[in-house]
Design a protein around this ligand. Structure first.
Ligand SMILES: [Zn+2]
Length: 184
């Protein structure tokens, strides 16, 4: 069902679906809409508090979505192509992680607006955003290295970045470059 909520004067429209989930999940769909799934036991107040706590995340994602859809961007790869490029980069970086005891993950692709990739370490799954077709190859290399590093360190801790820099020495520059492509 469609709902809306006012947070700091900003109206957030979202779609709520009751599902057999643990508590509440929120995600921004590729079309920029906000989707919330919640367990039936969760009260409307709890849902609204949860959304409020994610206000910054939602606002940033929506800004990114607006930028993605409004600005003409240079397209480096076609959507097919980008899958191949990412898969090849995964294969290239993998030997380093194999030596650290990481199993070759399942590689998935999805159009996303709130992140470039995600890692589910316990399930052995890496998901990449096909919008990376708007990024040059070196930025995609950074994303691949970043997601693989999550198999070693789950959070964005200092330890994580130390590990990442071992496989991606200019990660700060690439991270900045990637931000400039997508966030204005
Ligand atoms: Zn990360």
């Amino acid at each position: 069902m469609k709902k809306e909520l006012l947070i700091n004067g900003l109206k957030i429209e979202y779609e709520l679906q009751y599902k057999k989930v643990k508590n509440i999940n929120l995600r921004i769909r590729a079309d920029g809409s906000v989707y919330v799934s919640a367990n039936k036991r969760v009260s409307q107040t709890a849902i609204e508090n949860f959304i409020s706590s994610k206000a910054d995340f939602i606002q940033n994602a929506l800004k990114r979505y607006a930028a993605l859809s409004a600005k003409p961007r240079r397209q480096y790869f076609t959507e097919d192509e980008v899958r191949r490029v990412i898969t090849e980069l995964c294969e290239t970086v993998y030997p380093y992680f194999k030596a650290r005891g990481v199993k070759y993950p399942q590689i998935r692709f999805r159009k996303m607006v709130s992140r470039w990739g995600s890692c589910q370490p316990t399930k052995g799954i890496l998901t990449f955003n096909t919008n990376l077709m708007y990024a040059p190859k070196e930025c995609i290399e950074y994303v691949v290295a970043h997601e693989f590093t999550h198999f070693l360190q789950a959070n964005h801790s200092d330890k994580f970045y130390k590990e990442l820099e071992k496989v991606c020495s200019n990660r700060k520059m690439l991270q900045k470059q990637l931000k400039e492509i997508f966030i204005y």
